[in-house]
Write a protein that binds this ligand. Structure first.
Ligand SMILES: [Zn+2]
Ligand SMILES: [Zn+2]
Length: 347
């Protein structure tokens, strides 16, 4: 098969490699669509302790099951399946409690397990038994189904802030995550959605998601606008979907009493620590959380929401590339000329 192999840092080479070997307990997936995640770009430049090159990365996947070993019951040949990233080990306390994204091993596709920037991907026994593998109908396109992985992480994030009927929410940063989060928050009951962004291209795409209020945070005072739009109280929920420590601070500052802040977007390595007055949290009785990845339940839910059209992916998918042009695809993503970029390894 043809695969893009990360040979060393910043060296992604498209070449012929051996097809994965399928035993009685594993299955073979023909990769139709695999989207590029911000974390793929970080692994490309800086590596990751869980990725040992040479490795095939890529974890936002949808395809067709070509072959299933005789002991496999989770999938059948010919089925369309989406596959997510985090795979619970199934053994530790966290995984047994259904919180596998907190697992110390933290197995993931495209990390310890070979990923999907390839024509074929093996679904080993652990992935089939414990992992995020969800079937979907012909009603859903492969590109959309690949985005079930980031959507699943969004659902985990929204659960952690008790998203529910009647809440006001500020989503700060309209990359692909912030955009999909607008639809997801609405589906979960938000009655007022305030979306903020500084980049014009991202704002234009974000507007297709029809939030109630859009704030250009390069030109307006974000904290003041969010307070004004919520009758002076501040939003019940603030989600930071951008890598900015300043935004983390603004989020705590603007959130309503008894509200929730989710520091959703991870930050780079050498970013200064968060600086907030403890008393702000103390007097507001607010809740500050983070969120990292998701568990298979979220991935399954994400696929069902996409099938129902509750979350739209098309506005954020700006580019498609064949596998041969994956380096160009990475550059397009990094230059911020594109939003979500999908690779089609078999087209
Ligand atoms: Zn991802
Ligand atoms: Zn575990």
């Amino acid at each position: 098969m043809k695969a893009a192999v990360l040979e060393t840092l910043e060296k992604l080479v498209v070449k012929q490699v051996d097809d994965p070997i399928i035993d009685d307990d594993s299955a073979l997936l023909k990769v139709e669509s695999v989207s590029i995640c911000g974390s793929d770009i970080r692994i490309f430049h800086h590596g990751n302790p869980r990725v040992k090159p040479p490795q095939i990365i890529g974890h936002e996947v949808a395809g067709v099951v070509l072959k299933a070993g005789k002991n496999v019951t989770r999938v059948k040949e010919g089925q369309r399946v989406a596959v997510g990233a985090d795979v619970p080990c199934g053994q530790c306390k966290w995984c047994r409690d259904g919180l596998g994204n907190n697992c110390a091993i933290n197995y993931a596709i495209g990390y310890q397990i070979p990923g999907a920037f390839a024509q074929l991907m093996k679904l080993p026994r652990l992935v089939l038994e414990e992992g995020p593998v969800a079937q979907f109908s012909e009603a859903l396109d492969f590109d959309d189904a690949a985005l079930a992985e980031p959507l699943a992480c969004i659902l985990n994030g929204l659960e952690l802030v008790n998203m529910g009927l009647g809440r006001t929410i500020a989503i700060i940063g309209l990359g692909p995550i912030g955009c999909l989060m607008i639809d997801a928050a609405r589906a979960m009951g938000a009655t007022k959605i305030i979306a903020a962004e500084m980049n014009d291209l991202r704002m234009a795409i974000g507007k297709k998601y029809e939030a109630d209020v859009y704030v250009n945070s390069a030109k307006e005072n974000l904290v003041e606008r969010c307070r004004e739009e919520t009758g002076g109280e501040g939003p019940n929920v603030v989600m930071t979907t951008c890598p900015s420590v300043e935004v983390h601070e603004q989020a705590v500052e603007m959130v309503a009493h008894r509200g929730w802040v989710n520091l959703f977007g991870g930050l780079g390595k050498n970013v200064r620590p968060l600086s907030v007055l403890s008393n702000t949290i103390h007097y507001k009785e607010c809740f500050v959380t983070g969120s990292h990845g998701c568990v298979p339940r979220h991935h399954e839910l994400a696929v069902r929401m996409l099938e129902k059209g509750m979350v739209r992916t098309q506005p954020v998918i700006t580019h498609h590339f064949p596998l041969d042009e994956i380096n160009q695809a990475f550059e397009t993503m990094e230059s911020q000329r594109g939003m979500k970029i999908v690779i089609h390894p078999n087209r």
